[in-house]
Design a protein. Structure first.
Length: 313
């Protein structure tokens, strides 16, 4: 089978690698987002998918949109049997969806129809879901609404972060993708329509959401911290400066204090009062500094986390 692959981040690169590992498939082209500035130095950086494609001498295409007729002609000329889309980041018009002989497949990081949209992994953790998975679907013009071809489920651990869940789903998704391609090749793939009445939408993450509201429950705040690790990273204000919070643990406590107030700070962590319960901060990052365990930060900056100080002010 001749395959076009479209994807951008490391999650997508894992799926591309699984296709490269199988001699049954010929990759005739890779589509990925244009190179963009990244990091503190804003250096122009290519996507992980582009890096992998170049290593294997696969033609790379980086249009800013797939709406133009010339883009459709370019894709048609690749004469692909199928197009695989994983976290690409561009909308595929009908002309693209119908160009390959077998259409376009998408690997989505949720158990559809739950968490359609841009941030299914983060939203599942934030909502407190106990399980999630990947769905390989036949793409249509809707947003993650296509017929489901393969569904693979996994549990969400109690300390799961977006990063750890991304890694877990990247492996699960790659396996599901290869199984689906094999079924399509021999004509045994069966699509199952989604029940739209059960759908939910995973809105794109905004940086403003990452600021912690200490009047929320400790359980909610713990989920938010894990959902936004590594990006955009949960934070609060301390002495007017941003304090990134990388890991924490919800604590069932009836301590009397104001929301956001530091109750104690020692080598075990920094205990902060929430709207309901408390949360123990374990790993932090001060403005302009590296992320460190609380025990290391307190050695030099204990006074910044003194009893009675209030975060978020």
């Amino acid at each position: 089978m001749k395959v076009i692959f479209a994807g951008t981040p490391e999650f997508a690169a894992t799926h591309l690698q699984s296709i490269l590992n199988d001699d049954c498939y010929q990759l005739v082209g890779v589509y990925t987002q244009p190179d963009r500035p990244a990091g503190r130095g804003k250096k122009i950086t290519q996507s992980p998918v582009k890096t992998l494609a170049i290593e294997h001498n696969i033609p790379v295409f980086q249009p800013s949109s797939l709406k133009a007729p010339e883009q459709h002609r370019e894709l048609l000329e690749l004469d692909a049997d199928i197009m695989v889309v994983v976290a690409y980041g561009l909308i595929l018009p009908q002309a693209v969806l119908s160009a390959p002989r077998l259409g376009c497949l998408n690997v989505h990081g949720s158990l559809l129809p739950k968490w359609r949209g841009a941030a299914p992994i983060q939203r599942a953790i934030e909502a407190g879901d106990v399980s999630t998975g990947v769905t390989v679907m036949q793409m249509d013009v809707g947003l993650d609404t296509g017929a489901m071809l393969t569904v693979s489920k996994c549990e969400i651990g109690g300390g799961e972060t977006s990063l750890s869940l991304y890694k877990k789903l990247a492996v699960l998704g790659s396996e599901a993708l290869m199984a689906t391609l094999a079924k399509l090749e021999v004509g045994t793939a069966i699509g199952v329509a989604q029940d739209d009445s059960l759908s939910s939408y995973a809105h794109k993450i905004t940086k403003s959401e990452a600021q912690i509201n200490w009047t929320r429950s400790a359980t909610d705040i713990d989920r938010l911290i894990r959902a936004f690790n590594p990006a955009p990273t949960a934070y609060s204000l301390l002495d007017g400066q941003r304090l990134k919070i990388w890991s924490a643990t919800a604590v069932d406590s009836d301590q009397k204090a104001a929301a956001g107030e530091i109750i104690c700070a020692d080598a075990k962590g920094i205990l902060v009062k929430c709207g309901e319960g408390c949360i123990l901060l374990n790993e932090l990052q001060l403005a302009g500094k590296s992320r460190l365990p609380v025990s290391e930060i307190l050695k030099a900056r204990a006074t910044r986390f003194a009893y009675g100080k209030i975060l978020g002010v």
